[in-house]
Ligand binder design. Structure first.
Ligand SMILES: C[S@@+](CC[C@H](N)C(=O)[O-])C[C@H]1O[C@@H](n2cnc3c(N)ncnc32)[C@H](O)[C@@H]1O
Length: 204
């Protein structure tokens, strides 16, 4: 089955608040984005944004240049529906991140729980090179994955787990690390998943 079909089916089957990764408010992402002191016109892309509510809060904070990328058209359609006319100012991009051809540069690349689905080293390399090319010099990257103590699978798919050190090693080839934090996410049915978030900067 095509990856896009797989994800569309997942989004068709369940409402956003019944997905394991659902967050009513993406606290850690918002906290890390807040620390960057971005201007409200900064270009921000959320990779694998799906139905995440991050975009709702960014709009509320006054950000005006937001893009959402996801392999699942279904998820972006649902987000568009939720946002109503507020979605008019957002760029919705249906694409596999490993074949993404950006048409603009970004000041922030944010990814919660998408990168870890790339289990083939070639896809990881493609992701890094696309993210590097897509970011402005001085731009930031926030990446969040399951920690080494987190689950082995997500949405029925095997994922790659990372420690802070692992992420620093993988992304450090292209970017300068600025911080890492560990946190535990509670799923809508009360189980827990250990996550790690790391921030990076493109310095050249
Ligand atoms: C676990 S969900 C996380 C959703 C969102 N980031 C959040 O935190 O609520 C993973 C998302 O990544 C998307 N995805 C998976 N593989 C992808 C790929 N290769 N390219 C783009 N999006 C992908 C899925 O459709 C899904 O929306």
């Amino acid at each position: 089955m095509e990856k896009s079909q797989y994800w569309d089916d997942i989004y068709k089957k369940k409402d956003e608040s019944h997905q394991s990764w659902f967050q009513d408010r993406p606290e850690k992402s918002l906290e890390m984005i807040g620390e960057l002191n971005l201007t409200k016109t900064a270009s921000i892309i959320d990779i694998g944004g799906g139905e995440s509510r991050l975009v709702d809060y960014l709009l509320e904070e006054g950000f005006t240049n937001i893009s959402l990328l996801d392999i699942s058209k279904e998820s972006l359609d649902k987000t568009k529906q939720r946002l109503g006319t507020k979605a008019d100012v957002i760029q919705l991009i249906i694409s596999d991140v490993t074949t993404f051809k950006p048409t603009q540069k970004y000041d922030l690349w944010h990814d919660r729980a998408t990168f870890h689905f790339l289990t083939d080293i070639k896809d990881v390399e493609k992701y890094l090179s696309i993210a590097y090319d897509a970011l402005n010099v001085g731009g930031s990257l926030i990446i969040s994955t399951f920690n080494t103590t987190g689950p082995d699978k997500c949405s029925g798919l095997t994922i790659s787990k990372y420690s802070q050190e692992d992420l620093k090693k993988v992304f450090g080839k292209f970017f300068q690390n600025t911080k890492c934090i560990e946190t535990t996410h509670t799923t809508p049915w009360g189980t827990t998943q250990d996550f790690v978030y790391c921030g990076f900067k493109k310095i050249s």
